[in-house]
Design a protein around this ligand. Sequence first.
Ligand SMILES: CC(C)(COP(=O)(O)OP(=O)(O)OC[C@H]1O[C@@H](n2cnc3c(N)ncnc32)[C@H](O)[C@@H]1OP(=O)(O)O)[C@@H](O)C(=O)NCCC(=O)NCCS
Length: 276
Amino acid sequence: MPPIEKIVPLETSHIPFVMRLNEAAGWNQTEKDWARVISVEPEGCFALFADGVLASTATAVCFGRALAWIGMVLTDPAFRGRGYARRLMEHALEFLGRRGMEWIKLDATDMGRPLYLKLGFEDEAPVERWVLDNVPAMPRVDLPPYKPDPALDLEAFGACRSRMLELLSAEGAASIPGEGFAMARPGAKADYFGPCVCRSPQAARRFLEWFLSRSPGRPAAWDILPANVEAVRLAREFGFERRRQLVRQVRPGLAAGQPLPHNDAYVFAIAAFEYG
Ligand SMILES: CC(C)(COP(=O)(O)OP(=O)(O)OC[C@H]1O[C@@H](n2cnc3c(N)ncnc32)[C@H](O)[C@@H]1OP(=O)(O)O)[C@@H](O)C(=O)NCCC(=O)NCCS
């Protein structure tokens, strides 16, 4: 008998089951990361169940009408190759079409990229996971508390993600007046540095020291757009190693206008693969 398959909204009660897939894929996302995506865009998060078992997920977060971000595309290894990720992607794209989104982006792994290419996504830029396995102890660096800078973030990222940033800032965030902001949070495998959006490498260095001085003895992860050569230079200087390369991809939505301007020179750390 073929399995009974259905796509349903992903809910917080599914998170313990999702975490099994998360672990099987070796992802750094935590239960909180999944809960955050669901709370920001409850109508855009989907799960595919096969015979009552959560087999596959995909999430889509909208930043206004300008830009949507697809993430958490994940299929249980036992259920791969059955077309589940494709069906969830098509479901998510339909949702974004109904919302009238102008542009859609995602950060593609090697495993996901062939599917996204078939669905009309095009490569925009590489994005890299850099890791420091054991953060050395260092004097604690304190910075002023986080103050949102929507204009800077819009210029850097290309769309307004104030709501997401507000939620992320609850886990740890700092600002340097006139320069920018940075955030940090625990991960399943490594403490995570990002987003870090600021106007100068000097500020980025202070933010990095702020982050590292709070994670002695822990592994640290940092996702970098290598177009920002100063971010790469800092990562090397502080002993980080490049471990994975993904590809940021873009696809026009139904209502695509002009391509979204963004400024990678201000993006010293992305926020997350699942929302850019
Ligand atoms: C990527 C992933 C989600 C695909 O899930 P899946 O449910 O097995 O994918 P599907 O069965 O829907 O396959 C989708 C399409 O991609 C193709 N495809 C899937 N994996 C592929 C691979 N490694 N190489 C080439 N093509 C591949 C399939 O042939 C299929 O094409 P078709 O629809 O034209 O027949 C799954 O491999 C996974 O969870 N990987 C680990 C996590 C990950 O990297 N996720 C992507 C994050 S961006």
